[in-house]
Design a protein around this ligand. Structure first.
Ligand code: NAD
Length: 268
């Protein structure tokens, strides 16, 4: 049984993780972490979740949770994840990162941690989205720059970052297919007198509202035709299943920063 700790235990993703780890034959929950001062901190996890006590106390002490675990699964915030990446690497604990919204500096710090640590980081853990990434790269390479690429995503009203991590993954794949860097061509959230569309731009648009779990369209708009690649997530458990698969997969890997494409065997 792989011993797993959950960061952000009370979060939308954290609670589903706890449920699916409990249901798993290959994993056991050995740590549940919440931020200091949170309602759940220092309480029995079972009671905090509104059920019978289960003898596992929710902790704010990351070192304690790491010491009891083989892998930590983390859907929290960038600052927490960056700190945890270094701590997990030092403790020899694998780290699955589902958090999104990182700055370039954050990403560099995570890559440094992966020089000695084992990390899977993915803006989206679902099989379907990772297939869509592969297809986006292929279609962008096949169509060339006379087809305008626009990425439209929709998420629930609580999401704090835009564009979504998934939209950026799709944008990276489209840019890679065209042999350009996304940073040079991204056009995020147009407003006002923007002028005509820049040739080769990759546009991003974010819808926020209600209970959307996550929807992504990659539109290739040409003269006389449009092609749309679409993924619709209707259940968050989808991402959690991917995260569990990544956590198990990491047990047999050496140090490095991996993506879901590596986990799923879709990397080129
Ligand atoms: P959420 O706000 O419901 O949960 C985050 C949890 O982290 C909260 O419970 C919060 O208290 C906790 N937290 C904050 N600071 C902490 C600390 N210092 N120690 C321990 N816990 C701490 O958010 P969510 O909807 O679960 O999403 C979390 C992240 O995961 C977001 O960045 C989101 O974009 C991302 N996400 C990624 C995927 C994917 O497939 N990669 C899927 C869904 C969400």
């Amino acid at each position: 049984m792989v011993r797993m700790a959950v960061m952000g235990a009370s979060g939308r993703m954290g609670q589903i993780l706890i449920r699916l780890i409990d249901e798993s034959d290959s994993a056991t929950l050995t740590g549940a972490v919440e931020r200091e001062g949170h309602d759940w901190a220092s309480r029995d996890l079972g009671a905090a979740m509104g059920g019978p006590p289960r003898g596992l106390i929710v902790t704010s002490d990351r070192a304690e949770a790491l010491a009891a675990s083989d892998v930590v699964i983390d859907f929290t915030t960038p600052a927490v994840t960056v700190a945890l990446a270094q701590e997990a690497a030092r403790a020899g604990v694998a780290h699955v990162i589902g958090t999104t919204g990182f700055s370039e500096d954050d990403l560099a710090a995570i890559s440094r941690a992966a020089e000695t640590g084992r990390i899977v980081r993915a803006g989206n853990m679902s099989l379907g989205v990772n297939l869509l990434v592969t297809l986006t790269r292929q279609v962008a390479a096949a169509l060339g720059s006379e087809y305008d690429i626009e990425i439209v995503e929709a998420h629930h009203r609580h999401k704090v970052d835009a564009p979504s991590g998934t939209a950026l993954m799709l944008g990276d794949a489209a840019a890679e297919g065209r042999g350009v860097a996304l940073g040079d061509v991204a056009d995020r959230g147009r407003d006002g007198i923007t002028g005509a569309r820049a040739p080769g731009a990759i546009g991003f648009h974010a819808i926020r509202g209600g209970d959307y779990v996550g929807e992504h369209d990659v539109i290739f708009a040409g003269e006389g035709e449009r092609i749309t690649l679409r993924h619709v997530a209707s259940d968050r458990a989808l991402f959690v299943r991917g995260a569990l698969r990544a956590a198990l997969w990491l047990q047999t890997q050496g140090p490095g920063e991996y993506s879901m494409l590596d986990v799923l065997g879709l990397a080129r």
